[in-house]
Write a protein that binds this ligand. Structure first.
Ligand code: C2E
Ligand code: MG
Ligand code: MG
Ligand code: MG
Length: 288
């Protein structure tokens, strides 16, 4: 019997573990190569003023279409990139491209980027980012960084000084995926954020679940009390948009407004809306 079990185990566990390991190694190798070869590209998701419908910004989302593995989700490649110590390099490369892209957009349009907790652990993060902004001649007040609650229970003192240095130069700080992590109300009060983003898991269930609509209501009241503007993410339907409109003065994003698009698609969209920059040389060149 034991032998049979052992045999079963052999067939049941080992091949799948081996496959998993092989896949993981392929991913790692692919990521290392892909970063060097510039396979990762920024896509952009619209951020909209819910009340007026006005386009106010874009969130940059990393995309990877690997020649060997096909399209891989950021939910898969970001954690591995963090583990192999390459997230800062990937982020810097993506931001270089995003700053160049956004320079062609109207000055009123902001750019949001997601920053990994691993990057925030670097005591030089703020200095490096500010240097990168200067190198790209990108105005800090047009940049918003999104950090998640998992950053907050690490080294709060250091996170605070990083946030403060960035804010002093005009960069805005959003707390992303709010409601899914562990942030305490104390941290919310004591850390200088500029915005809360309600996680899409609550927004999606806004009309289906009474619990979720109460949570969204509570987050909106909290934001009002703490003077923190709010973005609702993951708006997929008119019904949810209508509900949110009645709940307060919010920004929103989600597939109802549009799927994330690449730089060329965004450029064409903004051109048709008359929202390309009039001052940047690159805009003039591309418009020819
Ligand atoms: P996130 O920052 O919360 O980004 C929002 C995610 O929700 C994106 O997924 C976006 O495509 C998706 N989404 C937006 N609207 C809707 C909607 O209406 N319905 C549904 N079902 N989904 C919607 P994506 O691009 O797969 O990114 C997943 C996560 O990966 C992001 O969550 C972010 O945490 C992380 N990520 C993406 N790009 C980067 C990056 O450059 N750096 C870092 N550190 N993390 C990134
Ligand atoms: Mg985000
Ligand atoms: Mg989010
Ligand atoms: Mg989210």
């Amino acid at each position: 019997h034991a032998k049979k079990q052992g045999k079963n185990r052999y067939f049941w566990f080992e091949p799948s573990m081996e496959n998993e390991l092989r896949f993981r190694n392929e991913l790692e190798l692919g990521i290392r190569r892909g970063i060097v070869d510039g396979e990762f590209v920024p896509y952009y998701e619209q951020q909209v003023d819910i009340a007026t419908g006005e386009l106010v910004g874009f969130e940059m989302l990393a995309r990877w279409d690997s020649p060997d593995l096909g399209v891989v989700s950021p939910e898969v490649f970001i954690p591995i990139t963090e583990e192999i110590g390459m997230i800062a390099e990937l982020s810097e490369k993506l931001m270089d491209r995003a700053f160049r892209d956004a320079q062609q957009w109207d000055e009123s349009i902001t750019l949001s980027v997601n920053i990994s907790p691993v990057q925030l652990r670097d005591p030089w993060f703020a200095q490096k980012l500010l240097k990168q902004l200067v190198a790209n001649n990108f105005p800090p007040h047009r940049l918003e960084i999104e950090i998640t609650e998992s950053c907050l229970h690490e080294n709060v003192g250091m996170v605070r000084s990083t946030i403060t240095s960035l804010r002093n130069q005009g960069v805005k700080i959003s707390l992303d995926d709010f409601g899914t992590g562990y942030s305490s109300l104390e941290q919310l009060r004591s850390l200088p954020f500029d915005r809360l983003k309600i996680d899409r898991s609550f927004v999606r269930e806004l009309r289906g679940s009474e619990g979720c609509s109460k949570i969204v209501d509570a987050i909106i009241s909290l934001g009002r009390g703490l003077d923190l503007p709010i973005t609702a993410e993951g708006i997929e339907s008119e019904e949810i948009l209508d509900t949110l409109k009645q709940m307060g003065n919010l920004k929103g994003q989600g597939f109802l407004y549009g799927r994330p698009e690449n730089a060329e698609e965004v450029h064409a969209r903004l051109k048709s809306m008359g929202l390309l920059s009039t001052t940047s040389d690159t805009a003039a060149l591309v418009a020819e």
